[in-house]
Design a protein around this ligand. Sequence first.
Ligand code: FAD
Length: 310
Amino acid sequence: MTILVLADHDLGALSPATARVVAAASVLGEIDVLVLGEGIDQVAADAAKLSGVARVLVAQHPGLVGQTAETFVPVLAKLAPDYAHIIASAGALGRDIVPRLAARLDIQPITDVIAIHGPNRFDRPIYAGNAIQTVSSAQPRQILTIRASAFRAAGQGGSAQIIPLDYDPVNAIATIVAAHRTENNTPDLATAQIVVGGGVSVGSAEGFKLVGQLAAIIGAGVGATRAAVDAGYAPNDWQIGQTGKIIAPDLYIAVGISGALQHLAGIQGAKKIIAINTDPEAPLVKLADIVLIGDLFETIPALIAQLEHL
Ligand code: FAD
């Protein structure tokens, strides 16, 4: 069976999520990666190096720069008959494209897959991550979004063939007018191996610099609760949880976070949790593997001081 994986990329770089989707898909068969955009030679070259990838199909055109469902779906729909599975990561691009593609092909998509048991059998979270559903599909073709954070990345060492595709431009009604990016040198939250998350008790954007300092020392991504984001202490794209990003790091350090259900929905894939909180009864404290009961404004500087001496 051949699998088609849609590559995620931004600013000319292949997203780390694609390597994870490729690793997830490799249990199903031979993989072709589809790269759409313009100025994407490096993206295609990097996709070709991922182990498990047989071919990289590349369509380059100015009309594909905006990465919208309107422009991408016709390409995917045309390729669909050759593939048993069409897979995208469950990020912004996949969530935009997969529903439209599925409607076009009259196929029920299976979204947010966190485990693949076989060609037609997948696990996905339901009820904001409070239960895991195993879905068995009798459809002739599967269209999936995969939670990249639930899988390890594919290794390097592949040497896939790069094949250019023709692209018939479409008259798109929607176009991307501007992309507002947050300047951030920390690892991407969705694929970071360590994440430090701050709650509203961090108290200010200035306070979040302390969280960022701890994260920088240990090479972690920085996240926040919705309460901290709503208070303006942290940018939107740091939000972890049901209405934010889903993370699955090896280690999550939760600083002054109570552990509301909506936040827990975003961290269920975390392998180990350290909670730093003044309240020993906080739900996240009860869930954590390691607990530091204390004021974050004393604990974090002390931790930073210790780590700086290592
Ligand atoms: P709080 O619940 O106020 O907790 C603060 C914690 O800090 C407490 O445990 C306290 O003991 C501790 N603390 C206080 N001072 C200190 C100190 N000096 N040192 C150490 N610890 C201290 N939330 C999300 O995070 N993500 C989501 O995606 C999300 N989606 C939502 C969707 C909906 C529809 C709704 C209704 C809510 C959603 N929420 C989400 C909000 C969620 O319900 C909680 O309100 C939020 O997660 C609480 O954030 P918090 O832990 O920062 O604040």
